[in-house]
Each structure stands twice: as C-alpha cells, then as structure tokens.
Design a protein around this ligand. Structure first.
Ligand SMILES: *Cc1c(COP(=O)(O)O)cnc(C)c1O
Length: 237
C-alpha cells in the first residue's frame, strides 16, 4: 500500500479490493439463496469512510458503483471527481446529518439513510424543494434504544414517519439501523423488518462486515460493508 495517498491504485491493491468485493458478493448471494430470496434483491453499499484513496479507486476500477460515507465533508472531498466521469455512481449518506450540512448533503448524495428527527426532515424537504433534487430517504431507527445513539426509537417511529413522509413530503423508502455493539444483531434486524412491514416500506438497510449475512436472512435489501472490502480504516486525523 505504498502509494496509498496517491489515489492511483497499484496492481496489488486493485487485486485485493476486487477479490474482496467478489467474495462479499458471493457470500451475499449464498445468504439470499439460503433465505429463499433472490440475490439481486440485496445491494452492496461499499462503505469508503476513512479509507485511503487508492483502495476506493480500486473498487471503482472493479466496477463497483454504490458507496456509503458517514461524513458530508469527507464525501465532498472524495466523490465529485468520480461523479464527473461515472454517471451511474450512487452515494448514500450513512452517518448523522447536521442541519447546517443539509445543503451540501442534498447536492452530493443520492440517498440519505439517516433521517432521524423532525427538524432534519423539514430542512431536507426545504432544500429538496429549493433545488428540485428529490433524494430517496431512510429513517434511522435506534432499535436498541441506546441513549447515546442516533435514530428514532421504535415507539416513536409511526409518528415520525407521518411527519417525514406526509407533512414534509420526503420520499421515505425504508428504514436503517445499527444494532448495539454488545448484543446479538439478529433480533434487531428482525425488529427493523417488522417495523418496515408495518409501514409498508420496502427498503431495509442493515448489516455490516461482521453480520451482513444475518441481516440478509432477516430481509436486508441494503448491506453496508466497509472493512471486509477495503481493510482497516485509517485513523481520523
Ligand atoms: C462504518 C459503517 C459501516 C461499515 O462498517 P464495517 O464494520 O467496516 O463494515 C456500516 N454502517 C455504518 C452506519 C457505518 O458508520
């Protein structure tokens, strides 16, 4: 990884990332088949946050087009160059969004996975109306009801869904969750699936490197995988 800041992938990095992508896709397909689902119904969001540019370039070179970032600023430095030459690139925001970053987020991303409070829903709706860019949205659910975590707790979800989808008019397609680190994830995935079914929402973003197969068993349509594709993240400077 000697060239890892250059943004040009050397052959070894390119091969490693392409191999990891192929491996994850085949594991996803097997998990979908084992669950009686169609492999094509689950999409892979490659989480590129805090990854060196050469590894991200390698994923693009391997033909991958759907990426997740958790910070607006980091994504705004990385992706506009790719965007110009890749009309089929799709970017999901998977981290918390502050209202003062809404303008940049709506300009840059294709989906906001982390809508989690009325003030943010209103700010997104206003910016989308102003620009005419209508992004798909997911509501982040705090399935573990953890005090420090973002997301709407399950009992407040129906009310918040009405605010986001009906009052604000956001294109809410589904739900997203990050289960508590110290608990088995499957019950959280099952709960998210049940909550989405109750609202008639088709998209379920759940599952990361360690647990995406379990998430697919519970109905995930988007899995967000970072380190299993790219390797360990760089520390934030
Ligand atoms: C970082 C991150 C991921 C990817 O995590 P890995 O364990 O590296 O696969 C997925 N979802 C969210 C919300 C993240 O912040």
């Amino acid at each position: 990884m000697s060239q890892h800041h250059s943004g040009v992938a050397d052959a070894a990095v390119t091969a490693a990332v392409a191999g990891n992508l192929a491996d994850i896709r085949s594991r996803m397909d097997r998990a979908a088949e084992a669950a009686g689902r169609r492999p094509g119904d689950v999409a892979l969001v490659a989480v590129s946050k805090m990854q060196p540019p050469d590894r991200v370039a390698a994923a693009v070179a391997a033909g991958h087009r759907l990426f997740g970032e958790n910070r607006v600023q980091e994504a705004a430095m990385r992706w506009p160059g790719f965007r110009e030459r890749l009309p089929d690139l799709r970017l999901h925001l998977i981290g918390p969004l502050q209202t003062n970053k809404v303008r940049d987020a709506v300009a840059l991303f294709d989906m906001i996975e982390t809508v989690d409070r009325p003030k943010l829903a209103r700010a997104l709706a206003e910016e989308m109306a102003r620009t005419g860019r209508r992004l798909d949205c997911l509501i982040e659910v705090n399935t573990g009801e953890e005090a420090q975590k973002h997301g709407i707790v399950p009992r407040e979800l129906p009310g918040f869904y009405r605010v986001a989808a009906e009052d604000c008019g956001l294109a809410v397609r589904g739900l997203m969750c990050i289960p508590p680190l110290d608990e088995a994830p499957a019950p959280h995935f099952a709960l998210l699936a049940e909550l989405a079914a109750d609202l008639g929402l088709p998209v379920l973003s759940m599952g990361m490197s360690a647990d995406f197969e379990a998430a697919i068993h519970q109905g995930a349509t988007l899995v967000r995988v970072g380190t299993a594709i790219f390797g360990e993240r760089l520390p934030r400077s």
